[in-house]
Design a protein around this ligand. Structure first.
Ligand code: PPS
Length: 306
């Protein structure tokens, strides 16, 4: 499948026609989850690949063999992408599934399911920067234009995969899942591995944790062809225009946002997140959510903190 210039619109959300079709999106929204499934959920550029690697290494007890021999999309396929049924049919043992879909599209399928959901979020200012650079190298995404133009589309929610705000607020209303931030993984990878292993009820010894930590570090993943997307042909992802494992930092937004862009972002954030059921602080936080946690601190304050 190439379809690099095709955009699929599904329930008013844009998806790259490369990898997504109306059939694949319908398959995802009608999917029959199994109670043994683990589902990684994220808005693009929030730490999806990192969580795929973390889960692979937790389930393999720190042994890197699978992480270094199977591409991430074959171990944890994206539910909404066309090849997913084939990968799942061939899979043995408990399934790990990835999705960028917003909550309202998957909620009916997940209702009454005991599948373990791990939601990864990231400071949206870093998300938009990472996403902007990704648009330049990924030939299945439209030309992002200037950063200012892309930022404006991101804040309006007209970029591919829809609104970041709707994504995080929607998934915050799901019952009982592991919520973890990119920032927490960055600041405490060892602790994050422990949390994921506890949630998956797969305990690791200290040596196994140390090994897992080594292989899901940024430097290790950057060199791992199974996750750095160098297996993808140049015409689909142009690595001369940028790297998938680009910087792997927190707070990189400060290198590109102008002050007025940051102020405008904060204002849109405050207004969009006023009704959020979870307080998002882009520091070290992890919650197994109960629905409708009250927000005590104005969310916009926390955005300025890092
Ligand atoms: S995608 O395309 O949605 O699957 O992208 P996603 O994997 O969600 O996000 C890519 C960004 O995550 C960074 N990344 C990491 N950062 C730190 N440590 C590790 N191990 C790691 N693995 C991936 C990757 O570099 C992208 O962020 P940026 O800011 O662009 O570097």
């Amino acid at each position: 499948m190439a379809r690099l210039d095709v955009t699929e619109t599904f329930q008013n959300i844009l998806f790259p026609g490369h990898m997504h079709t109306q059939d694949s999106l319908n398959y995802a929204t009608n999917f029959k989850f199994q109670d043994t499934d683990t589902v990684i959920v994220s808005y693009p550029k929030s730490g999806t690949t990192w969580m795929q690697e973390i889960i692979t290494l937790v389930l393999s007890k720190g042994d890197p063999t699978i992480a270094q021999t199977q591409p991430n999309w074959a171990r944890a396929p994206w539910l909404e992408q066309y090849y997913c049924p084939k990968v799942l049919e061939a899979s043995k043992g408990p399934r790990v599934i990835t999705t960028h879909l917003p909550y309202h599209l998957l909620a009916p399928a997940l209702q009454d399911s005991k599948a373990k959901v791990i939601y990864v979020s990231r400071n949206p200012k870093d998300v938009v920067v990472s996403y902007y650079h990704f648009h330049k190298m990924a030939n299945f995404l439209p030309d992002p234009g200037s950063f200012s133009e892309f930022l404006s589309a991101f804040l309006k929610g007209t970029v591919h995969y829809g609104s970041w705000f709707d994504h995080v607020k929607g998934w915050a209303s799901h019952v009982n899942f592991l919520y973890i931030t990119y920032e927490e993984m960055w600041q405490d990878l060892h602790g994050s591995l422990e949390k994921v292993s506890r949630y998956l009820m797969c305990s690791l010894t200290e040596d196994e944790l140390t090994s897992a930590q080594k292989y899901c570090s940024f430097n290790s993943m950057k060199e791992n062809a199974m996750v750095n997307y160098t297996l993808i042909p140049q015409e689909i992802m142009d690595h001369s225009k940028g790297k998938f494992m680009r910087k792997g930092k927190i707070g990189d937004w400060k290198n590109i946002f102008a002050e007025e862009q940051s102020d405008h972002f904060d204002a849109v954030y405050s207004s969009q997140m006023a009704d959020a059921s979870l307080q998002f602080k882009w520091e070290c936080h992890e919650h197994v959510l109960q629905p409708r946690i009250t927000v005590n601190t104005p969310a916009s304050h926390s955005l300025r903190d890092i």
